[in-house]
Design a protein around this ligand. Structure first.
Ligand SMILES: C[S@@+](CC[C@H](N)C(=O)[O-])C[C@H]1O[C@@H](n2cnc3c(N)ncnc32)[C@H](O)[C@@H]1O
Length: 225
């Protein structure tokens, strides 16, 4: 499982330095990691996998454990300190190193990430509720562009985070949070295939699993059934 204390120290440092993009005090716990990777374990045949916002690799660990010899994994991370840390883990830790040849660690904003082809499974740890409505729409559109028919996209939100934050926010922030809720609801409508509640996480979280029925058309809500 790597050096948990070192991972937490780095995560907390980046939380203080880059709160906007890091969005949490601690890396995701094991129950959340398992829930996010459910559809990576439940599959057959080689898959192309994307993890967006891997941070210190708390969820990556579960992806790496579930990978077969013909799978490929791209990790798209905006924060250079996390990128360095992940590259180090793929060199030094036995379970990560065993898959290193199948993995690319990319320092990228997901909105700008372009690659040939699409992914079969996409997992995201992005703190959507920290962003502007426009950013959230661009991120969901980028995910749509990287998906094909049958791609399963799994992402989480802390439970009641918008309601709780709205109680202590000013009008503009309340409007922003309301707009994000609308964007996410539109994105989920008709294509959320499963929702897991993860109570043993700090804070507890919902994991949304979405199945794309058509290629995303580059806008949230595209590909709804
Ligand atoms: C809440 S942390 C989750 C980290 C890890 N997946 C976990 O669950 O512990 C969010 C991560 O998303 C990254 N991130 C934020 N915005 C991003 C973007 N636009 N593109 C790629 N990564 C981003 C942050 O740097 C951070 O590593």
């Amino acid at each position: 499982m790597g050096d948990i204390r070192a991972n937490r120290r780095l995560f907390f440092r980046e939380f203080r330095r880059s709160f906007h993009t890091t969005g949490a005090i601690l890396p995701s716990g094991p129950a959340l990691g398992r829930a996010l990777t459910r559809f990576i374990r439940e599959r057959t045949g080689p898959h192309r996998i994307l993890e967006v916002g891997p941070g210190t690799g708390a969820v990556t660990q579960y992806i790496v454990d579930a990978m077969g010899p013909s799978d490929g994994l791209d990790l798209v991370e905006i924060n250079g300190s996390f990128v360095d840390h992940l590259r180090d883990r793929f060199e030094r830790e036995a379970d990560f190193a065993a898959r290193a040849a199948q993995v690319r660690v990319l320092k990228q904003n997901i909105v700008d990430w372009q690659t040939d082809g699409t992914y079969d499974r996409i997992v995201s740890g992005l703190p959507l509720n920290n962003f502007s409505v426009d950013d959230v729409d661009q991120i969901l559109a980028a995910i749509g562009r990287l998906a094909h028919r049958g791609t399963i996209f799994s992402f989480f939100e802390y439970m009641a985070v918008r309601t709780t934050r709205s109680l202590v926010s000013g009008r503009r922030d309340r409007e922003r949070l309301w707009g994000i809720g609308q964007s996410i609801d539109r994105f989920l409508a008709g294509r959320e295939i499963r929702r897991d509640s993860v109570w043993p996480n700090l804070p507890p979280a919902w994991v949304h699993h979405v199945r794309f029925e058509t290629r995303g058309r580059g806008e949230p809500g595209a590909g709804r059934t």
